[in-house]
Design a protein around this ligand. Structure first.
Ligand SMILES: [Zn+2]
Length: 312
């Protein structure tokens, strides 16, 4: 049994995951960034202890997926814009001390990618790129069954590659990042600023825009077409740069995947003429809503069983 922890901007989730990637117990609480890192760690420890008690089995270790920049080698959190004040916190050291078991940490997109690679839709596909489209766009590149890491073992920020320099200002301070044009908030922003006066879009969510598009609403359809084009362009860039064997698509926006997939295939076919894109698989994530916990458990297996405790 592996303890799994998902640290996100809106919720803290914990679970106990068996050796085959099944979530046996789980619990979650809303994230309250203002109460600080130590408070969150105490909440996580208490929830995880309760979950483990309910299974009646000891934890062999704990895997963590965390939003934003994390240092996988030291366990220290970097700058995470939706967790202000948490920079420098070390969930690995905290949980290691609390539970007395080995603990491993990765960025949440990398964690989900490992989950999909070994227990889900990415099985046997490598190189594989996992893309999660939700509040932001998270990307993980898996090569040779391992996470691609940049300088100093950093997690590359592919969601912030620029698609349109004249585009909207992104949370990272740059204009026209992929995430600013093709995430859930981008869907809402586009319909709000383009639909005519009188069109009811107050308090609309990305999910609702997609539902309206499915029902044939003209402005929702235009929004999906516009945002879908930028989503597709970013994916086509990844295909040209990495020539992956598979792209696995997850995240809340992909719950409406049928609205986006035909355009994605079309743009990749048009833009990727020099790589064998026809042989590439584009598939939807298969681990469902528990992907973050399953991925976090896989972080532990990957680090301690496949990589001998090293960062690879
Ligand atoms: Zn950005």
């Amino acid at each position: 049994m592996i303890g799994a922890v998902d640290i996100g901007g809106t919720k803290l989730a914990v679970g106990v995951v068996d050796e085959d990637g099944h979530v046996i117990e789980k619990a979650e609480v809303p994230t309250n960034p203002a109460r600080g890192f130590d408070h969150a760690m105490r909440e996580i420890s208490a929830l995880l202890r309760e979950c483990a008690l309910r299974t009646g089995r000891p934890l062999r270790g704990i895997g963590i997926g965390c939003t934003g920049q994390v240092d996988s080698a030291t366990g220290v959190l970097g700058e995470v814009h939706n967790l202000p004040g948490w920079k420098g916190g070390n969930p690995v050291a905290f949980l290691c001390q609390e539970f007395g078991v080995p603990v491993a940490l990765e960025n949440d997109a990398d964690a989900a990618a490992l989950g999909e690679l070994y227990w889900g839709a990415g099985k046997s596909h490598t190189p594989m790129i996992y893309v999660t489209v939700g509040t932001g766009i998270g990307v993980s590149v898996i090569h040779d069954g391992k996470i691609y890491r940049g300088a100093g073992q950093c997690h590359p920020e592919i969601g912030h590659h620029v698609i349109d320099p004249s585009g909207p200002l992104c949370t990272c301070g740059v204009r026209g990042c992929w995430e600013s044009l093709a995430s859930g908030p981008a869907i809402v922003a586009w319909i709000e600023s383009n639909a005519p006066e009188g069109y009811a879009c107050r308090g609309l969510t990305a999910r609702e825009v997609c539902c309206r598009a499915q029902a044939g609403d003209e402005w929702a359809k235009r929004t999906v077409e516009h945002v879908g084009y930028y989503l597709s362009l970013g994916l086509a860039n990844l295909v040209n740069i990495f020539a992956p064997q598979a792209i696995v698509l997850g995240g809340s926006v992909m719950k409406s995947a049928p609205l986006f997939l035909p355009r994605i295939h079309e743009v990749i076919r048009e833009n990727c003429t020099l790589v064998p894109s026809a042989r590439m698989v584009i598939t939807l994530a298969s681990l469902g809503p528990d992907v973050a916990l399953i991925g976090a458990a896989q972080v532990w297996h990957h680090r301690f069983e496949r990589c001998g405790g090293r960062i690879e």
